[in-house]
Design a protein around this ligand. Structure first.
Ligand SMILES: NC(=O)c1ccc[n+]([C@@H]2O[C@H](COP(=O)([O-])OP(=O)(O)OC[C@H]3O[C@@H](n4cnc5c(N)ncnc54)[C@H](OP(=O)(O)O)[C@@H]3O)[C@@H](O)[C@H]2O)c1
Length: 241
């Protein structure tokens, strides 16, 4: 029997695509989150030991979207060590060491914990998912749509999931080359594409954001034009959604 691949955050935006692709490829997969049956909570560790039984490889997609990711990952690493996990694959974000966003500092701390864990590991950093930009704009309920005066290189979760699965089936490789979407685009163009796709006639209005974090984004520290390997552009993503 092939051991199942454990996917943390298996019900999230990325995790559910990873789980679906593994299932479609007839690979045994075990998805965990607080809303799976049985539930597994990485912050308390409840259900974690049972979830790791007979598992060799973990794809770690869970996030609390905040600083608790460090504790959650420490719990996962401790249990994974006891269970004898042979390979942990982690999804991170391009530029977390260059953009001083608090969540990025957390991601960097999580990367360090994984590197120091003694468990063989692979970490892939990607740019923002298409879903994230669409979500930011779908939540605005104003007569205009604001967008930051920045550029993005959004990537589709199908490409990211496929890369993670490929990495999970290979030998642990440490930090691997970054993965970005097919094009670096102005946020204004992406915002107008979003409006068109929803049939809205609202104007898109640029927003200049102050501070060191947005200065780093303006410098393009979150982009990886040399790794524009994503297969789906934002327009195609919107058409499919
Ligand atoms: N979104 C982006 O643009 C982007 C870009 C690059 C990298 N990433 C990284 O990709 C990863 C996945 O992002 P995503 O957008 O798919 O996140 P998401 O949609 O917010 O999903 C997060 C998942 O984590 C689970 N989770 C949260 N707290 C948990 C806990 N205490 N115990 C167990 N599971 C817990 C959630 O399920 P329950 O709530 O059911 O527990 C959910 O399945 C993250 O590490 C993120 O930093 C994201």
């Amino acid at each position: 029997m092939t051991p199942p691949i454990l996917v943390t955050g298996g019900k999230g935006t990325l995790g559910r695509v990873v789980v679906r692709q593994l299932t479609d490829a007839r690979r045994p997969v075990r998805a965990i989150s607080r809303s799976t049956t049985p539930p597994v909570d990485l912050l308390t560790g409840d259900g974690l030991d049972a979830a790791l039984a007979e598992v060799d490889v973990v794809i770690h997609c869970a996030t609390t979207l905040g600083s608790k990711d460090v504790v959650a990952t420490e719990k996962l690493l401790a249990a994974a060590k006891t269970a004898g996990i042979k390979h942990l694959v982690y999804i991170s974000i391009v530029g977390i060491d260059r953009v001083p966003l608090p969540y990025y500092k957390t991601k960097l701390a999580v990367e360090r914990r994984i590197e120091d864990s003694g468990i063989p590991w692979t970490t892939l950093r990607t740019t923002q998912f298409h879903d994230l930009l669409a979500l930011l704009w779908s939540r605005q309920r104003l007569p205009v749509l604001f967008y930051p005066s920045l550029r993005f290189q959004p990537v589709d979760t199908e490409t990211v999931a496929a890369r993670l699965i490929d990495l999970a089936g290979s030998a642990p490789a440490g930090r691997v080359p970054d993965l970005g979407g097919p094009r670096v685009e102005k946020a204004g163009d992406l915002a107008r594409a979003y409006l068109r796709s929803t049939g809205s006639r609202r104007p898109a209005v640029p927003l200049w954001l102050p501070g060191k974090t947005f200065a780093a984004y303006r410098r393009g520290e979150h982009l990886t034009p040399e790794h524009a390997d994503g297969l789906v552009d934002f327009d195609t993503f919107l058409a499919k959604s």
